[in-house]
Every structure is written in C-alpha cells, then in structure tokens.
Design a binder for this molecule. Sequence first.
Ligand code: UTP
Length: 289
Amino acid sequence: MSRRVRTAVFPVGGLGTRFLPATKSMPKEMLPVVDKPLIQYAVEEAWEAGIEQLVFVTGRGKAAIEDHFDSSYELNVTLKERGKDELLDELNRGVPRPGQICYTRQQQPLGLGHAVWCARELVGDAPFAVLLADDLILAKKGCLAQMVDAHAKAGGNMVAVMEVPQAHTSRYGIVSPGADDGRLVAVRGLVEKPRPELSPSRLAVIGRYILEPEVFLHLGRMERGAGNEIQLTDAMAKMIGVLPFHGLRFDGRRFDCGDKVGFLEANIAFALERGDMADAVRAFLPQYR
Ligand code: UTP
C-alpha cells in the first residue's frame, strides 16, 4: 500500500515570455480561461484529488496569485451590500483554509526541476503531486484524481502521459515504454525534448506528476540538462529501476495553455461546456471558418 498524496506543488516561477506583453506585470497562471484563472483550475483539480496542502513556488511579480487565494475584504463587503450572496459564496469556497497554502520563492528561473527542488522543505519526506497550471485538462474526473487512484495501487513515481504527433516530440519529456496495459504504462526511460527521429516513442509527459521525495536528492545535485536548465525529467529518470515508475494515460483533453493557440482553443472548449455560453459561442464560430 503506497503512502497517501497530501501535498501538491505548483511551480509558478516561469517568466511566461510567450504571452508578453500580457505577462509583463501579470503572472501567466492568472490568465483566465473563460472567467477563471489557469491556476484556479489546477487548484480545484488538486482539491478534487484529496490534496490538503498547497505549496506555491513563485517568483518575482507573482503577488497576484497570493491575492487571488486570499479573501478580499472589500469584495466581500461590496458583494454582500449588493445582495450577490451566491457569487460571494462561490468566491469564498475557492479560498484555502488558513495554513493550507504556503509560498516559497524560486529566486532565479533555473528550470522546472529547480522550482520543484525549492519546495523540498515544505514537502518533507512524503510523496507529493506537482501540477503545471498551463497544462489545462478538461475531464469528467480530474486528471490528478485519476492518478491518485492509480498511485494507491502502483505506488512509486507516476506521470500523466498522452500520445503526441511524432513531429512534436521535441516539445516534451518522452517516455521509453515498458509493460503496457493500455492505461498504465511502465516507464523504462525518459528523454527530455528528443528530436522526432531519435524519440523512443510518441508518449509525452504532461504537467501532472506524483513523485517520491527521493527526487529532491537528485535535483539537489543541480545538474543542468536540455536548454541548460535543471530539468525535472532528468531527476525523475534517475529513479527508474529503483522505484516503481508509471505513466497514466488519463481520460480527458489536455490544452497547452502556455501556447497562444492552445490557450485560445481551451477558451472555446471550456466555453462550449458552459450552459450559459455554449449556444452563443456555437452561433458565432462558423463565421471564422
Ligand atoms: P515553461 O517552459 O512554459 O516556461 O514552463 P515559462 O517561463 O512559464 O513560459 P515561456 O516559455 O517563457 O512562455 C513550464 C512550467 O514550469 C514552470 C512554469 O511556471 C510553468 O508552469 N517553471 C519553469 C518554473 O516554475 N520555473 C522555471 O524556472 C521554469
């Protein structure tokens, strides 16, 4: 029986250069898909998976994220005065209880692996989840909840995986697959951003991870990988063969909201899921064919 996953780490220290100028003074993770910031989708996915403790690894200019997950006195008073109790309840439901959320800073954006390492003291000696808010997943049951269920049986390290076109392997960490039951696949190797002709498969790791705390030992060596960054993929690869390591083909659709076209597509897809918007969106879409 594996240990329960209670803590989730949200690395939000990236610069978000692909969304400049929008991200000059606003964190990428606060970009809204329809009317909710990317980071709130990720946090809601974590709650659904039974996570109890949130750790944000932030950087310069990320204060808006802290304000977002705090209660706003002025907004509370104004909405109450205007009788908008339902909206107020909804807003306050998203605010973590005192002590349930903590922040640490990644002083230099040295890569995703470095961001995760910055959370080591707050995570402690237990398995933990990592969620990248710019990978947004539309699913009946949240992707992390699916992973937590699978992890309860398989234990060890687990990543969310999906098939990508061969031409896109150089954008992802790619799995070298072992035993595969169609949903859970044993990870025999991991390569960060391989050229398509050198890629061991088309099975890409996307931004959901359940990791054993041993990963911090490997990250602590500060070895640089692809792009001269401290890569999470490289540290994870060191644990293959030492601990169980699986990829989960999750049920759901993933949108790369770190990319402008992916972000636009996510807005359309999420709007089409909304009873108050779907018809209006469907009505205007054909004009753009
Ligand atoms: P990206 O590769 O998308 O980088 O990071 P980025 O800086 O956010 O965006 P672009 O490419 O400049 O537009 C993937 C994830 O890793 C986090 C980011 O916040 C994002 O969730 N990250 C990346 C860090 O927290 N720290 C880093 O040093 C790098």
